[in-house]
Design a protein. Structure first.
Length: 479
């Protein structure tokens, strides 16, 4: 459901009693927690009891499971997820009563109204970079508020209210939400075609990032990762327009560079140079070049805000991950024969390539990388299905599920088979298994001692990872 953004977005304290439709999602749950912590009366409903609801129960937010008109009660404002159906009874009731309706973007803008907003944008890496930036600024003593699209492992929450002036926000481009925010400074990690079901063309998608950058406070600045061609073009245009731009890179020339990357023990260490002068080293506890790119962008933002390199680096070094971003789920067995299971949200070809590269660095000697991938959205699979399959070729064994349809109608011509057929491995190494429960059986029968199993996708494939651990444990029997 598309709720229009109002011409004037009131601060959270002026919204009255606020009811969230879809409060269990990553975006709305964070906004609701921050509003509740600021003293705004908050309630919410959702179809499912998701992991994002626990931090809301910590602050005594009443939550209904299921949707019903009476849940609206005495609310003055509804904040509505884009996933809500047109016939949602709570939205229909609010419309009948003439209540204020806000989309997620306006709800977030309402809680950021009196803060200095630091927005993290890009096709990939937003959640991890927002999390890294929040942790780094906390370590530097800034005590920011933050709203992230995943659970921050360090706090167990996806959002919180800080005492400082800064607000670190993941800026989502998928529905144009990032165009609503009053942004002081921003990171743009990369710009690759995605969400074409909303934007229509690659050109329109890229133009949205231009509009986002144009809207940054003239006194603020922009951080761009110029290893990515789309972000490099944005940086060049914004500099020509007079914007203060800080560029970051691993492979090309930039204001801030990561050099001498070393991966060992499940982490990555790199040195940082600013204008050719070495500032020191950062030791990440997460593997993979793409996480170095993310950490470098967060570091650039912190340095540009005037924080100390050592404090920021210490914060980055303390980061242990975000839920569903190369998240370790469990280990079955011991030593070299142990099977390790990870889960990740990657659903775009570039994200798949990055996570498989990181996972490969974790595979034990003699072990294999076994990947279970669920394509997300019919439109995305239609456009990128072949590229997804090609990216999965970096694994040793691949299980592909059917498409997670989400907000679109199914298409008999667009299934997971489109992805599986494009995987450049031998036929016996690729399994298209449409049914999720059958996929679990396939994984259990496929895995060998020493393998690393990675579940990938933005849909319900995430449920397979803990099920895989439980099944392998049961297979081993009593210790």
């Amino acid at each position: 459901m598309r709720i229009p953004v109002p011409e004037q977005i009131l601060p959270a304290e002026q919204l009255g009693r606020v009811h969230f439709v879809g409060i269990g999602g990553a975006g709305l749950s964070g906004i609701a927690r921050i509003m509740a912590r600021r003293g705004v009366p908050v309630t919410g409903s959702d179809d499912n009891d998701t992991p994002f609801l626990a931090p809301l129960r910590e602050v005594d937010v009443p939550i209904h499971l299921g949707y019903a008109a009476e849940h609206v009660a005495d609310a003055d404002t509804l904040v509505v997820t884009t996933a809500a159906r047109e016939d949602n009874p709570e939205v229909l009731e609010a419309t009948r009563r003439g209540l204020r309706l806000l989309p997620r973007s306006a709800g977030l803008a309402a809680v950021m109204a009196d803060r200095t907003v630091l927005a993290v944008a890009g096709t990939h890496g937003k959640t991890t970079t927002t999390s890294l930036l929040a942790v780094a600024l906390i370590a530097a003593g800034a005590d920011p508020s933050y709203a992230v699209g995943g659970v921050l492992s360090a706090t167990g929450r996806n959002a919180d209210l800080g005492a400082g002036d800064l607000f670190v926000a993941e800026a989502d481009e998928s529905d144009g939400a990032f165009l609503v925010y009053d942004t002081h400074a921003a990171i743009v990690l990369n710009i690759e075609a995605d969400h074409l079901d909303v934007w229509g063309t690659e050109e329109a998608y890229a133009a949205a990032f231009e509009d986002f950058a144009d809207g940054i406070d003239p006194a603020g600045f922009l951080v761009c990762g110029v290893d990515d061609p789309g972000a490099a073009r944005l940086a060049e245009r914004q500099r020509r327009a007079g914007r203060r731009v800080v560029t970051t890179a691993v492979d090309t020339e930039a204001d801030l560079r990561a050099v001498r990357l070393r991966t060992a023990g499940g982490g990555t260490t790199f040195a940082v140079e600013r204008d050719g002068i070495e500032l020191g080293e950062v030791a990440l506890r997460i593997p993979g070049r793409h996480y170095v790119v993310d950490a470098l962008a967060a570091l650039a933002m912190g340095l540009e805000l005037g924080h100390d390199f050592a404090a920021l680096a210490a914060g980055l070094g303390s980061f242990v991950g975000t839920g569903r971003r190369m998240e370790p789920i469990g280990t079955v067995g011991e030593g070299a024969d142990a099977v390790r299971v990870y889960d990740s949200y990657a659903h775009h070809p570039s994200e798949i390539r990055g996570d498989l590269q990181a996972a490969r660095s974790l595979v034990a000697d003699g072990g294999r990388l076994v990947v279970c991938f669920q394509p997300h959205l019919v439109s995305r699979t239609r456009i990128f299905g072949v590229e997804m399959g090609e990216a999965l070729g970096a694994a040793d064994e691949v299980v592909v599920l059917d498409v997670y349809v989400a907000r679109e109608q199914p298409d008999a011509d667009v299934t997971g088979a489109l992805v599986a057929d494009a995987v450049p491995l031998a036929a016996e190494q690729v399994h298209f298994v449409a049914d999720r429960s059958a996929a679990l059986d396939t994984l259990v029968s496929t895995v060998r001692p020493g393998d690393l199993v990675l579940t990938l996708g933005a849909g319900d494939v995430t449920a397979l990872a803990p099920q895989m651990v439980a099944a392998l444990d049961a297979q081993r029997g009593p210790a």
